[in-house]
Design a protein around this ligand. Structure first.
Ligand code: PGA
Length: 262
Protein backbone atom coordinates (compact mmCIF):
# COMPACT_ATOMS: atom_id res chain seq x y z
CA UNK A 1 0.00 0.00 0.00
CA UNK A 2 1.45 3.33 -1.00
CA UNK A 3 1.96 5.76 1.84
CA UNK A 4 1.49 9.43 0.95
CA UNK A 5 4.75 11.28 1.57
CA UNK A 6 4.51 14.04 4.17
CA UNK A 7 6.81 17.04 4.49
CA UNK A 8 6.28 19.10 7.63
CA UNK A 9 8.03 22.38 8.31
CA UNK A 10 8.63 22.91 12.01
CA UNK A 11 9.23 26.63 12.35
CA UNK A 12 10.05 26.39 16.08
CA UNK A 13 10.27 29.86 17.68
CA UNK A 14 10.57 31.70 14.38
CA UNK A 15 8.33 34.10 12.45
CA UNK A 16 5.87 36.58 13.93
CA UNK A 17 2.24 36.21 12.80
CA UNK A 18 2.80 38.80 10.06
CA UNK A 19 5.98 37.07 8.90
CA UNK A 20 4.27 33.67 8.98
CA UNK A 21 1.39 34.93 6.80
CA UNK A 22 3.78 36.58 4.34
CA UNK A 23 5.76 33.34 4.17
CA UNK A 24 2.80 31.08 3.40
CA UNK A 25 1.65 33.60 0.79
CA UNK A 26 5.01 33.16 -0.92
CA UNK A 27 5.25 29.40 -0.38
CA UNK A 28 1.75 28.20 -1.25
CA UNK A 29 1.83 28.92 -5.00
CA UNK A 30 5.20 27.14 -5.18
CA UNK A 31 3.90 23.88 -3.68
CA UNK A 32 0.17 23.85 -4.32
CA UNK A 33 0.43 21.64 -7.44
CA UNK A 34 2.24 18.80 -5.61
CA UNK A 35 -0.89 17.06 -4.43
CA UNK A 36 0.86 13.70 -4.23
CA UNK A 37 2.73 15.00 -1.17
CA UNK A 38 1.14 16.11 2.08
CA UNK A 39 2.49 19.58 2.87
CA UNK A 40 2.35 20.88 6.44
CA UNK A 41 3.60 24.04 8.15
CA UNK A 42 3.96 24.35 11.93
CA UNK A 43 3.98 28.02 13.02
CA UNK A 44 4.09 29.15 16.64
CA UNK A 45 0.81 29.06 18.58
CA UNK A 46 0.54 32.82 18.20
CA UNK A 47 0.58 32.65 14.40
CA UNK A 48 -1.82 29.70 14.00
CA UNK A 49 -5.02 31.72 13.66
CA UNK A 50 -3.57 34.11 11.07
CA UNK A 51 -1.97 31.29 9.08
CA UNK A 52 -5.19 29.24 9.24
CA UNK A 53 -7.14 32.21 7.87
CA UNK A 54 -4.60 32.70 5.10
CA UNK A 55 -4.58 28.99 4.17
CA UNK A 56 -8.36 28.48 4.20
CA UNK A 57 -9.18 26.44 1.08
CA UNK A 58 -5.49 25.75 0.43
CA UNK A 59 -4.03 22.23 0.21
CA UNK A 60 -1.29 23.22 2.67
CA UNK A 61 -2.05 21.85 6.13
CA UNK A 62 -1.16 23.23 9.53
CA UNK A 63 0.42 21.69 12.62
CA UNK A 64 0.74 23.05 16.13
CA UNK A 65 4.11 22.48 17.77
CA UNK A 66 2.65 21.00 20.98
CA UNK A 67 -0.59 20.56 22.93
CA UNK A 68 -1.59 19.70 26.48
CA UNK A 69 -3.51 16.49 27.13
CA UNK A 70 -6.13 18.03 29.41
CA UNK A 71 -9.04 19.86 27.80
CA UNK A 72 -8.87 22.88 30.12
CA UNK A 73 -7.82 23.86 33.61
CA UNK A 74 -5.00 25.26 35.71
CA UNK A 75 -2.13 24.66 33.31
CA UNK A 76 -0.48 28.04 32.91
CA UNK A 77 1.10 28.56 29.48
CA UNK A 78 -0.49 25.48 27.93
CA UNK A 79 -2.85 25.06 24.96
CA UNK A 80 -5.44 22.27 24.69
CA UNK A 81 -6.36 20.21 21.66
CA UNK A 82 -9.91 21.61 21.68
CA UNK A 83 -8.44 25.11 21.26
CA UNK A 84 -6.30 23.89 18.38
CA UNK A 85 -8.90 21.76 16.62
CA UNK A 86 -10.48 24.58 14.56
CA UNK A 87 -7.05 25.72 13.36
CA UNK A 88 -4.83 22.70 12.71
CA UNK A 89 -4.75 19.21 11.24
CA UNK A 90 -1.62 17.98 13.01
CA UNK A 91 0.12 18.43 16.35
CA UNK A 92 3.84 17.77 16.79
CA UNK A 93 4.47 16.09 20.12
CA UNK A 94 7.58 14.79 21.83
CA UNK A 95 10.01 17.01 19.94
CA UNK A 96 13.48 16.62 21.43
CA UNK A 97 13.58 20.34 22.22
CA UNK A 98 10.41 19.92 24.32
CA UNK A 99 11.90 16.81 25.91
CA UNK A 100 15.08 18.78 26.73
CA UNK A 101 13.69 22.23 27.68
CA UNK A 102 10.20 21.37 28.94
CA UNK A 103 10.88 17.99 30.55
CA UNK A 104 8.56 16.20 28.15
CA UNK A 105 8.38 12.53 29.15
CA UNK A 106 7.38 9.48 27.15
CA UNK A 107 4.31 9.13 29.38
CA UNK A 108 3.21 12.68 28.61
CA UNK A 109 3.81 12.12 24.92
CA UNK A 110 1.43 9.17 25.19
CA UNK A 111 -1.22 11.28 26.99
CA UNK A 112 -0.87 13.93 24.30
CA UNK A 113 -1.12 11.37 21.48
CA UNK A 114 -4.38 10.07 22.95
CA UNK A 115 -5.80 13.58 23.38
CA UNK A 116 -4.79 14.68 19.87
CA UNK A 117 -6.38 11.59 18.28
CA UNK A 118 -9.52 11.92 20.40
CA UNK A 119 -9.93 15.48 19.08
CA UNK A 120 -9.83 14.19 15.50
CA UNK A 121 -6.34 15.62 14.90
CA UNK A 122 -3.20 13.75 13.90
CA UNK A 123 -0.10 13.60 16.07
CA UNK A 124 3.40 13.78 14.62
CA UNK A 125 5.30 11.93 17.35
CA UNK A 126 9.01 12.73 17.45
CA UNK A 127 11.50 10.22 18.79
CA UNK A 128 15.26 9.93 18.58
CA UNK A 129 18.45 9.26 20.50
CA UNK A 130 21.18 11.54 21.82
CA UNK A 131 24.74 11.50 20.57
CA UNK A 132 25.86 9.66 23.72
CA UNK A 133 23.21 6.98 23.23
CA UNK A 134 24.12 6.70 19.58
CA UNK A 135 27.81 6.28 20.31
CA UNK A 136 27.06 3.73 23.04
CA UNK A 137 25.10 1.62 20.55
CA UNK A 138 21.84 2.18 22.42
CA UNK A 139 19.86 3.74 19.57
CA UNK A 140 17.57 0.86 18.67
CA UNK A 141 16.50 -0.19 22.19
CA UNK A 142 16.06 3.46 23.21
CA UNK A 143 13.94 4.43 20.21
CA UNK A 144 11.91 1.22 20.52
CA UNK A 145 11.10 2.09 24.09
CA UNK A 146 10.13 5.66 23.15
CA UNK A 147 7.81 4.28 20.45
CA UNK A 148 6.29 1.63 22.73
CA UNK A 149 5.44 4.14 25.44
CA UNK A 150 4.23 6.84 23.04
CA UNK A 151 1.83 4.42 21.34
CA UNK A 152 0.61 2.57 24.43
CA UNK A 153 -3.14 2.04 24.54
CA UNK A 154 -3.83 3.16 20.98
CA UNK A 155 -5.75 1.08 18.45
CA UNK A 156 -4.35 -0.42 15.23
CA UNK A 157 -6.54 1.97 13.19
CA UNK A 158 -4.90 4.93 14.90
CA UNK A 159 -1.71 4.09 13.00
CA UNK A 160 -3.44 5.51 9.88
CA UNK A 161 -3.89 8.82 11.66
CA UNK A 162 -0.51 9.44 13.15
CA UNK A 163 2.99 10.08 11.92
CA UNK A 164 6.20 9.14 13.69
CA UNK A 165 9.28 11.30 13.11
CA UNK A 166 12.62 9.69 13.78
CA UNK A 167 14.99 12.54 14.57
CA UNK A 168 18.42 11.72 15.98
CA UNK A 169 19.04 14.59 18.39
CA UNK A 170 22.64 14.96 17.23
CA UNK A 171 21.38 15.72 13.72
CA UNK A 172 18.90 18.47 14.63
CA UNK A 173 20.08 21.91 13.59
CA UNK A 174 23.69 20.71 13.46
CA UNK A 175 24.18 20.21 9.74
CA UNK A 176 25.09 16.58 10.52
CA UNK A 177 22.55 14.04 9.33
CA UNK A 178 22.32 10.29 9.47
CA UNK A 179 22.97 8.62 6.13
CA UNK A 180 19.83 7.60 4.30
CA UNK A 181 20.64 3.92 4.73
CA UNK A 182 21.34 4.14 8.44
CA UNK A 183 18.22 6.24 9.03
CA UNK A 184 16.16 3.73 7.06
CA UNK A 185 17.57 0.82 9.04
CA UNK A 186 16.74 2.46 12.39
CA UNK A 187 13.30 3.49 11.16
CA UNK A 188 12.65 -0.10 10.09
CA UNK A 189 14.02 -1.92 13.10
CA UNK A 190 13.22 0.53 15.89
CA UNK A 191 10.01 2.14 14.64
CA UNK A 192 8.15 0.14 11.97
CA UNK A 193 8.92 -3.26 13.50
CA UNK A 194 7.83 -1.98 16.91
CA UNK A 195 4.51 -0.85 15.44
CA UNK A 196 4.19 -4.33 13.88
CA UNK A 197 4.78 -6.00 17.27
CA UNK A 198 2.24 -3.72 18.95
CA UNK A 199 -0.47 -3.39 16.32
CA UNK A 200 0.21 -5.91 13.57
CA UNK A 201 1.82 -5.91 10.15
CA UNK A 202 -1.01 -4.04 8.42
CA UNK A 203 -0.76 -1.16 10.87
CA UNK A 204 3.02 -1.14 10.47
CA UNK A 205 2.68 -1.04 6.70
CA UNK A 206 0.27 1.89 6.95
CA UNK A 207 2.02 4.11 9.50
CA UNK A 208 3.98 6.98 8.01
CA UNK A 209 7.46 7.60 9.37
CA UNK A 210 9.50 10.70 8.69
CA UNK A 211 13.19 11.32 9.06
CA UNK A 212 14.23 14.61 10.65
CA UNK A 213 17.52 16.30 11.40
CA UNK A 214 19.32 18.69 9.03
CA UNK A 215 17.17 17.71 6.06
CA UNK A 216 17.83 20.04 3.14
CA UNK A 217 17.39 19.96 -0.63
CA UNK A 218 20.92 18.52 -1.05
CA UNK A 219 20.26 15.39 1.05
CA UNK A 220 16.50 15.01 0.60
CA UNK A 221 16.72 12.58 -2.30
CA UNK A 222 18.92 10.22 -0.28
CA UNK A 223 16.26 10.05 2.44
CA UNK A 224 13.26 9.85 0.15
CA UNK A 225 14.83 7.02 -1.84
CA UNK A 226 14.69 4.75 1.24
CA UNK A 227 11.83 2.25 1.45
CA UNK A 228 10.83 3.03 5.04
CA UNK A 229 11.12 6.82 4.97
CA UNK A 230 7.85 8.53 4.09
CA UNK A 231 8.88 12.15 4.35
CA UNK A 232 10.68 14.64 6.51
CA UNK A 233 10.21 16.82 9.57
CA UNK A 234 12.24 19.89 8.72
CA UNK A 235 13.41 22.81 10.81
CA UNK A 236 15.94 25.21 9.28
CA UNK A 237 15.25 24.49 5.61
CA UNK A 238 11.50 24.95 6.11
CA UNK A 239 12.06 28.63 6.91
CA UNK A 240 13.24 29.32 3.36
CA UNK A 241 10.47 29.14 0.74
CA UNK A 242 12.73 27.96 -2.10
CA UNK A 243 14.17 25.18 0.06
CA UNK A 244 10.76 24.07 1.34
CA UNK A 245 9.46 23.98 -2.24
CA UNK A 246 12.51 21.99 -3.34
CA UNK A 247 11.91 19.40 -0.59
CA UNK A 248 8.30 18.97 -1.70
CA UNK A 249 9.39 18.69 -5.33
CA UNK A 250 11.96 15.99 -4.51
CA UNK A 251 9.45 14.05 -2.41
CA UNK A 252 6.98 14.20 -5.27
CA UNK A 253 9.55 13.09 -7.84
CA UNK A 254 10.98 10.24 -5.74
CA UNK A 255 7.88 8.96 -3.94
CA UNK A 256 4.89 10.62 -5.56
CA UNK A 257 2.85 9.73 -8.62
CA UNK A 258 5.72 10.40 -10.99
CA UNK A 259 7.98 7.86 -9.30
CA UNK A 260 8.36 4.40 -10.82
CA UNK A 261 7.11 2.70 -7.65
CA UNK A 262 3.87 4.70 -7.44
P1 PGA B 1 16.50 20.87 11.51
O1 PGA B 1 15.37 20.60 12.61
O2 PGA B 1 15.93 20.50 10.17
O3 PGA B 1 16.79 22.34 11.63
O4 PGA B 1 17.66 20.01 11.87
C1 PGA B 1 14.59 19.43 12.53
C2 PGA B 1 13.59 19.39 13.66
O5 PGA B 1 13.90 19.83 14.77
O6 PGA B 1 12.45 18.92 13.48
Amino acid sequence: MARMPIIAGNWKMNKTPDEAVAFVRELTPMISHSDDVERVVAPTFLALAAVAAELRGSPVKIAAQDAHWESSGAFTSQVSVSMLAPLVDYVIIGHSECRAFLNETDENVNRKAQAVLAAGLKPIIAVGESLEQNEAGETVPFVRSQVRTALAGLAPKDMNNLVIAYEPIWAIGTGRSASGEIADDIIKTAVRDTVAELYGVDAAAAVRIQYGGSVKPENMEEFMAQPNIDGALVGGASLVADDFAALVEIASRVKGRRSASA
